[in-house]
Structure formats: structure tokens, C-alpha cells
Design a protein around this ligand. Structure first.
Ligand code: SAM
Length: 339
């Protein structure tokens, strides 16, 4: 007989897996297209999906509505580069209006942010993460295979002007770059009131991953303490949360996401919907459920969709195994999953 867990908690429905982890956090990729080609994320030559294959805004919103009925209350729009898809503010408006959704965020490379920041804010978006690995134009080109650091900075300043607060700046810490870039980035963020977050480099890109290229969180913190300012664990510091936050002794905050050196799988609360409607229970999942046929049909069946969402979460493994010989890299790179 299977284990029976309650499907509702005191505060409402709970989407649990067999390890008892509650899932309330949904990442939705709105496109696999990107206007950068970050070396750690995707190949230079890539065939993007035909636009007709992508879920429509109505289909995404329907999925979110059903997931919200199961306990999801947090949604992050991502990609590819989400701001490449026309009308994202409209999608924000639709997702914000879903009953039960209390938190909507967006992760962007910032290239198109300057011209969209006000519309996104007006649509109800409040949480914004902007990816930026370096302030140096040459190294930006080396990492992203494109130009545009000035545009990203312009986007960040426009977002601040539009009212976003906090704005998080995410950098992937790659050895050979982070030694030069982490300190200027941290200083830049302190100067402008952005919250800096460093993410350990994970084996999910097109390039063969080498552990030696990962710049671990503890080295970063040592570097920041030495070169920027003393750090103390944030008041709400939680060592098992994805981001470990620290406050500078003289104000401001910095976080590290140690996905490789200190995996947070035991606390994982995430599920992911790809741009073409595949549901994944882990960034590194090897299986996925195709929910598009349930969304793109003349006879929508929300009960069936709910069943697939529950089963996908239920099937989640204990963790990603990056640090074991059992690790198998998924067939999709980050841009095609949704970061
Ligand atoms: N285009 C948007 C952006 O740049 O933020 C959203 C998608 S991007 C795939 C989301 C995040 O994934 C970015 O912060 C990116 O740096 C991160 N990322 C991509 N490949 C990674 C890797 N191999 N290891 C760690 N983070 C990675």
C-alpha cells in the first residue's frame, strides 16, 4: 500500500513529494530564445523552437491557476531571455491576477530592461533578478559572446527608477572571471542599492563542466570580506536555504547560492515548466511530463492536469547528484529549461 500524505495543510493545499518536501515555487520559461550566448549556459549555434510550439499566455495562465489550486503561490518568469517575448507585461498581469499567487518574479539578462521596466512594474511585477557576471566590456563579450554591458547597467538603473526594490543582481562565479569581477560587481551593487548574489557554476551548460572552474561560495565570501567589507550572517540567515545571505557590517546585503558545494536539494520547493510545456521536477531531471496536450485541447481537463502535476512532484528524486559518480547531465541546456 502506498504512503498516504495529506493533500491539504493548515494553510491550504500542499504539493508534496515522497520526501515530504512541499512545492510552492514554479519557474515558467516563456521562451527558449536568448540574445546572449553565455558560454556556461548554451551553445553559439542553436536552433530555437518555432513560436507556435510555445505555450500561449492563456495556456501558461491556466497551468498556473491549476498549480495554484494545489499549493503553488510563487511564480518566476524566465527563459531563454523572457523579455524577448512580445507582451510579457501582459503575462505578468495575467499571472498576478491568479487567485492564490502572492509572489511573481522575473529573471532577465537586462538587455531589454530599460525600455520595459516601467510596463513590467505597472503590470504588478515587484521582484526582479538581473543576471550580470562582469562590468568589464571585454570579459562580458568573452562570457556572453555578445556586447551589451552598458545596456544591462542602463536596464538596472531604469528598473530602480521604475520602483523595483529589491533588485537582485545574479552572477555565475566561474574561476578565471570571478577573481576579477566579483569585487567590482559587489561594490557596484553596494553603491546603487542592488542585492548581489553569486551562483556557483553548475554542469547544465553546453560546455563540458569542470569542477575546477567552479569558484566556490566560501572562496567568494573570503574575497568579499577581504576586499569589500566585513560580513555577518543576515538576521534571517538560513544555511539550508538556496541563497545564504550576509549583511555587510556597514550596510547592504550579499548572497551566495552554493548549489554545488552545499546543495539545497533537501529543501527544494521548485518545479519548472519549459516554454513548450514540459513539466520538470528538478533542474537536473532526466524525465519530464508533456502538459501541452492537456492545455492545447478543445476539452480542457483541469483535473487531469492536476493529476499530472501531483504525479510529477511525487516522482521527484532526493537530489541532483552533482557531487557523485552517478550524476547524469540532462539532455537540455539551461536556456532550454528555464533558469
Ligand atoms: N536570460 C535570463 C537571464 O540571463 O537571467 C534568464 C535565463 S538564465 C538561463 C537564468 C540564470 O541561469 C542566469 O542567472 C544564468 O546566469 C544562470 N545560469 C545559466 N547557466 C548556468 C550554469 N551553468 N551554472 C549556474 N548558473 C547558470
Amino acid at each position: 500500500m502506498g504512503i498516504r500524505l495529506p493533500l491539504t495543510g493548515d494553510a491550504g493545499p500542499v504539493l508534496r513529494d515522497t520526501f515530504g518536501r512541499a512545492h510552492n515555487n514554479l519557474r515558467v520559461s516563456v521562451t527558449d530564445r536568448c540574445n546572449l550566448r553565455c558560454t556556461y549556459c548554451m551553445p553559439e549555434d542553436v536552433t530555437f523552437r518555432d513560436r507556435s510550439e510555445l505555450l500561449t499566455f492563456e495556456e501558461i495562465t491556466r497551468f498556473v491557476r491549476v498549480a495554484a489550486g494545489l499549493g503553488v503561490d510563487k511564480v518566476r518568469l524566465t527563459g531563454g531571455e523572457p523579455l524577448l517575448r512580445r507582451g510579457v507585461p501582459e503575462l505578468v498581469r495575467m499571472v498576478v491576477a491568479v487567485p492564490g499567487i502572492r509572489d511573481v518574479g522575473l529573471t532577465t539578462n537586462g538587455l531589454l530592461l530599460a525600455r520595459q521596466a516601467r510596463d513590467l512594474y505597472a503590470a504588478g511585477l515587484r521582484r526582479l533578478n538581473v543576471s550580470l557576471d562582469t562590468l568589464d566590456p571585454g570579459r562580458f563579450r568573452e562570457l556572453t559572446r555578445r556586447d551589451g554591458v552598458e545596456q544591462v547597467v542602463e536596464g538596472l538603473l531604469a528598473a530602480k527608477q521604475a520602483g523595483f526594490d529589491p533588485i537582485k543582481v545574479n552572477a555565475v562565479a566561474v574561476r578565471g572571471f570571478a577573481e576579477h569581477d566579483a569585487v567590482p560587481l559587489a561594490r557596484f551593487c553596494r553603491q546603487h542599492g542592488f542585492e548581489m548574489r553569486f551562483i556557483e557554476y553548475m554542469p547544465i551548460g553546453a560546455e563540458p563542466w569542470e569542477r575546477a572552474k567552479m569558484f566556490p561560495a566560501h572562496e567568494l565570501l573570503e574575497l568579499l570580506e577581504r576586499e569589500v567589507a566585513p560580513l555577518v550572517p543576515a538576521a534571517d540567515y538560513d544555511p539550508s536555504a538556496p541563497a545564504m545571505d550576509f549583511d555587510y557590517a556597514d550596510g547592504g546585503r550579499v548572497g551566495v547560492i552554493a548549489s554545488v558545494s552545499r546543495p539545497f536539494c533537501k529543501r527544494c520547493n521548485r518545479l519548472r515548466l519549459t516554454a513548450e510545456g514540459k513539466l520538470r521536477n528538478c533542474l537536473f531531471a532526466l524525465d519530464e511530463a508533456d502538459v501541452k496536450p492537456l492545455l492545447r485541447t478543445a476539452a480542457p481537463d483541469d483535473a487531469k492536469l492536476a493529476e499530472v502535476i501531483r504525479a510529477t512532484v511525487w516522482a521527484k528524486w532526493a537530489g541532483h547528484q552533482i557531487n557523485s559518480a552517478k550524476f547524469v547531465k540532462p539532455g537540455r541546456t539551461m536556456h532550454a529549461i528555464g533558469g
